[in-house]
Design a protein around this ligand. Structure first.
Ligand code: FAD
Length: 299
């Protein structure tokens, strides 16, 4: 069991953190507070999402560039194909390149009408993430991550289509996949088995979503096709007005999830931070990662 093994026998742990670009001054303050708390954990990279339809294009680029220059931590910019021609998307990629950003999380994105609606590509645009990955590869030498779905993407007709699509994205040049949030480790482990059986060897990094607010996270989950198991809902039931117990349960649930995965031999984790640090900081510690204060200049 990996987590019980002495540290020197385990492969090195890799962690990454996902943020969203802040909209207001107050949100920006929290973003930086969280960055400065988490950067000393020496993540492989910190990534910043790309708002629906490219609405955060400038903010994503600014935050990613600043994270890199202020903390020295590698930063990844997310990018989608929504509502833009190939030339426009390529220009965003070149903008990342000019800013010294060499990591991209490449996504198709969702239509502005909502996640459940059919995706209609821009007439001159990339039609899916696999095409986007190939486009990025033509422009430069980027480290590229793509999305994977342990419970299947809602638009994948069946498991064959889901895994074929993942394979297309990796064959087009992606370096790894990062999963959508999931709460049942069995779903992730089955997905890994399916991918490995299809000859996929690239890392498929679990995306861990700590439950800062059960109400908010279950809303996100239902919009992106991730299920909330009954046992999980039961654990949070009745805690809406009891933030302290809610926080303790959230920490216990996430701790159980990551230590179980560690026991299964998982050594790479991607954390959806929602620009908050407390649960993520505790989880990194459980995984054996301590801050290295001296590597980061605090502001
Ligand atoms: P794709 O891999 O292109 O797949 C989409 C669907 O189309 C799948 O069902 C696939 O099977 C099907 N498909 C693809 N190609 C074909 C084909 N040739 N033939 C038939 N079917 C096909 N969204 C944002 O807006 N901004 C973000 O920053 C962002 N970050 C994310 C980060 C992660 C780690 C994850 C997991 C998701 C993120 N998303 C983000 C959400 C993502 O944009 C949506 O889940 C979107 O619906 C699918 O994007 P994709 O890249 O997985 O698409």
């Amino acid at each position: 069991r990996t987590s019980r093994q002495p540290a020197q026998l385990r492969p090195p742990l890799q962690i990454s953190f996902e943020f969203f670009p802040p909209k207001t001054d107050a949100m920006e303050e929290r973003f930086w507070e969280t960055i400065h708390k988490l950067a000393p954990l020496r993540p492989r990279f910190v990534s910043v999402t790309y708002g629906a339809g490219g609405t955060t294009r400038e903010r994503t680029l600014r935050m990613v560039s600043q994270v890199k220059s202020e903390t020295g931590v590698d930063a990844a910019a997310h990018l989608t194909c929504v509502g833009a021609s190939r030339d426009e998307v390529d220009e965003v990629v070149r903008g990342y390149q000019r800013a010294g950003i060499n990591r991209i999380v490449a996504l198709r994105g969702d239509p502005p009408e909502g996640v459940g609606q059919p995706f209609v590509p821009h007439p001159k645009g990339y039609r899916n993430a696999a095409e986007l990955v190939a486009g990025i590869r033509r422009i430069g030498d980027f480290d590229i991550s793509v999305a994977a779905y342990p419970e299947r993407h809602p638009q994948s007709a069946d498991w064959g289509a889901e895994i074929d699509n993942l394979k297309r994205k990796l064959d087009a040049g992606a370096d790894r996949a990062i999963t959508q949030m999931f709460f049942s480790n069995a779903d992730y482990l089955r997905y890994l088995e399916r991918a490995r059986a299809a000859g996929i060897t690239a890392p498929i990094v679990p995306g861990i979503q700590p439950i800062h607010s059960f109400k908010q996270i279950s809303g996100f989950a239902s919009r992106c096709g991730a299920s909330i198991p009954t046992w999980l809902a039961d654990r949070f039931e009745g805690l809406e007005n009891d933030p302290e117990t809610h926080q303790l349960v959230a920490a216990a649930v996430a701790a159980e999830q990551v230590t179980e995965l560690l026991d299964e031999g998982v050594t790479e984790f991607h954390f959806y931070t929602l620009n908050r640090y407390n649960l993520v900081l505790a989880l990194a510690r459980l995984l054996g990662r301590r801050p290295a204060e001296e590597t980061v200049s605090a502001t």
